[in-house]
Design a binder for this molecule. Sequence first.
Ligand code: PAF
Length: 277
Amino acid sequence: MQILSDPRQVQAAMLDRRARGQVVGFVPTMGFLHRGHASLMDLARPRCDHLVVSIYVNPLQFGPGEDLDRYPRDPEGDAALCRAHGVDLLFMPPDLYEAGHATTVHVAGLTEGLCGRSRPTHFDGVTTVVARLFGLVQPALAVFGEKDWQQLAVVRRMVRDLALPVEILGGPLVRDEDGVALSSRNAYLSPDERARARSLVGALRGMQAAVAGGERDVDALRAQALAHLEADRVDYLEVVDPDSLAPLQRVDGPARALVAAFVGRTRLIDNLALLPG
Ligand code: PAF
């Protein structure tokens, strides 16, 4: 596995691969990799000739007072995991942007609700860094986790609207044995917080069971789930159309429940299909 830190070197190497007709697969990450990231690499691996993973904690997608300064890091562990999952190139830039970077990629609409409501600059940071990474890596396919359901929808829309020649694949969310969705931010949780973090998936599974039992009214589903949550603050708990992310009043077709909540100081997100799409 090659490890590169210079964005221009990566772009030159990838131009060369493309010119030789190779299919480049890409998994962008912020590091502190876990089984969830590994599953994204495993999804990309058989579909490409050359698998690239990037690790970059992107300042543009953190708001004031968020965890940019304490975001967990483990470059050696990350490199070992990438090696074990057949990664060809690990791209770890200390900085990614040119001096005087002045461009923002903004996807309207989809970025306004859910996480966008409490993190108003977050998705602009994500789309801007992903667009720049796509320009450097020039992947034919890129994999994003379904754990960040809204991010996946936003990236798909950006790729469609800007006609970027990259196929976007969603990788299923991976859970720990206790049901908690894998996240690098789980490292922040104390044992008590970890126990309470389980209530997020518990609430979502409760909604899923209620739908399976015939409940269709979203207010009733939400009320039941909110009573179950042991979070310190609920940012949102919503039932939306899986593609448009439009809020639903009733579950009569494909629907996704999404939750964001603070357990202690840690903001966790999770989501689950209520009726599969
Ligand atoms: O999902 C993430 O880890 C990040 O938002 C991403 C896509 C790597 C962009 O920084």
